[in-house]
Write a protein that binds this ligand. Sequence first.
Ligand code: ZN
Length: 109
Amino acid sequence: MGGVLELKEMSYEICPTCGARIVEIINKNKHTNGHYNEYIAFECGCEIHFSPNFMKEEIQRKCPKDPEEIKFQKKRINARNKLIEVIHKLDVDEQFKQNSFRSLGIFID
Ligand SMILES: [Zn+2]
């Protein structure tokens, strides 16, 4: 691995959910307790952060292959599609519909 990918606080070699390899390690801002702010990104998109303040790891971005995450994203996609449908069906001018989409962060061609 060379000296570039050097974990100081955490001990992952692969994504704990799907086994994807590490693509980025950042450790910076050494805390007064001697520990680093450390961040790992995996090839799948999962991100884990270690906080020296709390001496605790937390998942910053869940692995997209995590079953809970898949369910969560599916719900969001379904909700988004329903919103699009509802707005399209509204008896209102096109400008209002476009503004509604935009305010929801939905961009349609
Ligand atoms: Zn993963």
